[in-house]
Every structure is written in structure tokens, then in C-alpha cells.
Design a protein around this ligand. Structure first.
Ligand code: C5P
Length: 405
């Protein structure tokens, strides 16, 4: 499958921090994903990594001297700025952050940033005291108010031997911000609430009932909505998945906890996608102590959980949301899907054909049919991430969105 980075021009600004060597790995990942990477190095960066390292990884020229570039007539700061789809500055030192915050244009990188009108992502990496200094805090706030996306550094043991915030985050996290930078923001202004994963209904401290949902479909919907410009909250039952970058994450365990979490946050949402496999039942009684096998309690009584989606569909303020449900069916896909669309007052339902191989629970691919009041559209059998993008494509193309705010 073609990578989302393929053919995109990404300027990577490398500045003088020891973390520069890590960015060689990031540049290598981008180049493997067929991005056209133009590395611009500050003078200090070249003390840590040589331009040759980056040009060997990208197969392209590496830029540093503003006037040399002009003289050779290859590509100037204006050219770099004009061609770029996104600028990533990593590692960003306190000094570069200060220069950008004040609009200085004293080298090729700062000049390119000023001349560009594309998303700029800044990854600070420095000693914890430098990062926490009021001057740096102030400059970062300023960068944010200028529209730059500043990514919080990770905490941990640093190259200087001190511990705290200032380490570069993992590439997988940063890549999501770059993807948001290069993706058409057709969900900009939308506030998306996604639920994902199974719920877990405890019987006693050791036992519970749950289901085989992995959360992969819901996480893919949250990730792709973020890339397309939305503000995203993900309410997730227990899964083994990492929180998607840039997404507000709310972890719950039981159906009742998920119900509370959704009801607390739904006022803020413009789109609600219920991809979670909420347990239909919970135990009427939960035991505080582990039930012994020789106890007399061998009959378990179940009670119904609230249907979160149905409750949302019944509310007076129902029209404020684009309400999207999921359903797992093994036969009469269209008929069963349409029944739920109507019963739960949904705008769209994505019906999972769990009878087909490589679809539904715990696998990376899916086969769904999208059903709204007008149409029924079977999607191709593909990855959950691609399926998520196709669902958003359907929503945008058929003008199902509520007006952006
Ligand atoms: O009726 P059924 O469980 O098949 O409907 C599935 C849809 O309803 C999913 O979108 C699921 O997240 C949602 N649901 C819910 N609360 C429940 C059960 C299902 O919101 N208790």
C-alpha cells in the first residue's frame, strides 16, 4: 500500500542538540516511506552529526549555508519554503526556539520557516533545567500562539545525566503530527468523540466477562480523524494498544464507566463514533472477595447494561451530533444494519461482516458496509486504518458533517 508520506516534501530542520543523532533514524523512516526530505542543519547541528549522514539517508542535498545555496542557484530559503508540505524542527534547541519565537531570520532554517506558510512542528530537546526555564516556557507559549505545533518532550534520563522532561519523543508519536501536517484537513473544526475496545464486567476481584474486541478499529478512527484536522477524544475500554498521539485519552473498564465518560463529554462533541464493543450485560452482584469453587454461589445473575448509543439517539439535543454506530453481523448485513440505524436514531452505521475471513475482532483488516438513510456502500476488504479513512471520506463526500465550529 502506498504510504501517506509518498511524494510529500518535508523540510527537517536539525539544530544543535545531542538528540540530532536520533533524528537520523526519523529521516531514514521518512525516506523509506518515499517522502522527499530536505534536511536543513544549523551550524551547531553539524558538530553532532555530519551533513553526509543525512544526504546518504535521503539521497538528496543537505542545506545549511544560506548564501552558498543562493550562489549555487540550487534551492534557496524561498524555494525550500515554497516547495515544502510541512516543516519539522527536531531536535529544537532552546536557542532555535527563542529565535523562532522572535521571528529572527539569521540562518537558512529560521529564514525558511519565516518564508513558509505550511504547518511547522517543533520538537524541543534539551536539558531539563533549560526546558523548564521561564524564558524557554515563555518562548514555547509564543510559538504556540503563532500557530506552531510544539510537541511535549518525553521525560527520563538525559544524555547530560539529569532526569526530567526534555528527551525527544518516539518517532511513531511525532509521525502522527507530521501526517496531520500533510493531510487535507477536511475534519478541521470538528470535535470527534470515539469509543473503542471491549468493556470488562467484573464478577469478583479475579474474574470478569468481556469480549474479543481489540480496539483496533476505534483507535484507527481516532488516529485518522486527528490526521484530518479534528480535535479527538478517545474513550477506551481495556486494550493492549498505545494511546494515539495528539488525542485526549480516557481509559475506562466497565460499560457503566464508559456510559459516564461519554455522557460527561458528549456536550463538547460534534461527531460521536461508537466503535466500542460494549458488554450487553453485567453481573447483578459483584463480589468483594474471590468466590471459592466450593461456595454455594454457582448461579450468576446478569442485568442489562444501558445502550449508550441508543440513549444518545433519544436525547432532545440529538441533532447536534453526527452519530455513527458500529454493528457486528454475520447474515442479512444490509437489513440488520438498517434496522439498527433506525432503532438507534443514527446518521450512519458501519456494519462489520464477521462471517468473512480477516474481518471483525482482533485482526488488522476489516470488511464493512456503510449504511445511511440514503445509501448502502460496501467498502473493500482492507486494513482498519484504510477502512477508517474510507468512513471519513464517505462522511465528507456525502456532506454528513455538522457545520464546523
Ligand atoms: O445493538 P448492538 O450492540 O449490535 O449495537 C452496536 C452499536 O451500539 C455499537 O456502535 C456499540 O458501540 C453500541 N452500543 C452501545 N451500548 C451498548 C451496546 C452497544 O453504545 N450497551
Amino acid at each position: 500500500m502506498t504510504s501517506s508520506f509518498a511524494g510529500k516534501r518535508i523540510v527537517v530542520g536539525v539544530t544543535g542538540s545531542i538528540a540530532a543523532f536520533k533524528v537520523a533514524g526519523w529521516v531514514s523512516a521518512l525516506a523509506k516511506d518515499e517522502a522527499l526530505v530536505d534536511v536543513v542543519m544549523t551550524a551547531a547541528a553539524q558538530h553532532f552529526v555530519t551533513p553526509l549522514t543525512f544526504s546518504a539517508l535521503t539521497g538528496r542535498a543537505v542545506y545549511s549555508d544560506m548564501f552558498e545555496a543562493e550562489r549555487e542557484g540550487v534551492i534557496s530559503h524561498i524555494g525550500l519554503a515554497r516547495e515544502a508540505d510541512c516543516i519539522l524542527i527536531a531536535p529544537a534547541t532552546a536557542h532555535t526556539i527563542a529565535r523562532l519565537a522572535h521571528g529572527l531570520a539569521d540562518d537558512l532554517l529560521s529564514t525558511t520557516v519565516l518564508a513558509a506558510r505550511v504547518p511547522v512542528i517543533v520538537c524541543p530537546a534539551m536539558n531539563v533545567k533549560m526546558f523548564e526555564h521561564a524564558a524557554t516556557r515563555h518562548n514555547i507559549e509564543r510559538l504556540t500562539s503563532l500557530g506552531y505545533r510544539v510537541i511535549d518532550p518525553d521525560s527520563g534520563l538525559m544524555a547530560c545525566g539529569e532526569e526530567g522532561a526534555g528527551r525527544l519523543p518516539e518517532w511513531e508519536q511525532v509521525a502522527e503530527y507530521v501526517l496531520r501536517g500533510i493531510t487535507r484537513p477536511d475534519l478541521a473544526g470538528q470535535r470527534v468523540l470515539v469509543t473503542a475496545g471491549p468493556t470488562r464486567e467484573p464478577y469478583d476481584p479475579a474474574r470478569f466477562i468481556s469480549n474479543r474486541s481489540s480496539g483496533k478499529m476505534g483507535y484507527a478512527l481516532a488516529r485518522t480523524a486527528f490526521r484530518r484536522g479534528a480535535e479527538v477524544t478517545l474513550i477506551s475500554g481495556p486494550t493492549a494498544l498505545q494511546a494515539p498521539a495528539g488525542v485526549e485519552m480516557v481509559r475506562v473498564s466497565t460499560a457503566l464507566e464508559m456510559y459516564e465518560a461519554v455522557m460527561e463529554r458528549c456536550d463538547h462533541a460534534s461527531i460521536i463514533v461508537k466503535a466500542a464493543a460494549v458488554a450487553d450485560f453485567r453481573f447483578a452482584r459483584q463480589h468483594r472477595q474471590k468466590v471459592k469453587k466450593d461456595s454455594s454461589e454457582l448461579t450468576m445473575e446478569l442485568v442489562l447494561n444501558p445502550d449508550i448509543l441508543k440513549e444518545l439517539g433519544k436525547r432532545d439535543d440529538r441533532e447536534r451530533w453526527l452519530l455513527i454506530g458500529f454493528a457486528a453481523e454475520s447474515q442479512n448485513i444490509e437489513q440488520e444494519g438498517r434496522k439498527k440505524l433506525v432503532n438507534k436514531h443514527l446518521d450512519l452505521i458501519a456494519v462489520n461482516d464477521i462471517s468473512s475471513d480477516g474481518a471483525g475482532f482482533a485482526v488488522d483488516t476489516n470488511q464493512i458496509t456503510l449504511i445511511d438513510s440514503q445509501r448502502s456502500v460496501p467498502l473493500i476488504h482492507t486494513s482498519k486504518e484504510k477502512t477508517a479513512d474510507l468512513l471519513w471520506d464517505h462522511v465528507v463526500a456525502n456532506k454528513l458533517l455538522k457545520p464546523a465550529v
